[in-house]
Write a protein of this length. Structure first.
Length: 107
């Protein structure tokens, strides 16, 4: 739960500042930061909104504070997943020049 403390401190906030935003006591913020009090889903959502991070980051399930892909990339991925085989083949063909393995290329 140190991520909450780190996010709060990086934002220049005191526990009392975050407590006001979350509509809770500063002692609750302290307990969240120490892992002594479980976060409700509503509190997780509020913290993500306040700090602009993902719930996975907040809960220590990801090292990336923001999503790895943009909203546009997520929209395209969802469309690709819904597409039939012919449409997927067309997309793969169109993107093939850009999806080459670059790990073996030299600079």
């Amino acid at each position: 739960m140190n991520k909450i403390r780190d996010l709060r401190q990086n934002a220049g906030m005191k526990q009392s500042d975050l407590a006001k935003i979350l509509n809770c006591a500063p002692t609750a913020v302290s307990k969240y930061e120490l892992g002594q009090l479980d976060l409700s889903s509503a509190t997780i959502g509020r913290l993500c909104d306040v700090f602009g991070c993902t719930a996975d980051y907040l809960l220590g399930r990801s090292e990336l504070p923001t999503p790895e892909i943009s909203d546009e990339e997520a929209r395209l991925l969802q469309a690709f997943r819904r597409a039939d085989g012919r449409a997927r083949d067309m997309v793969e063909l169109a993107l093939s020049p850009f999806s080459q393995d670059t790990s073996s290329e030299t600079a």
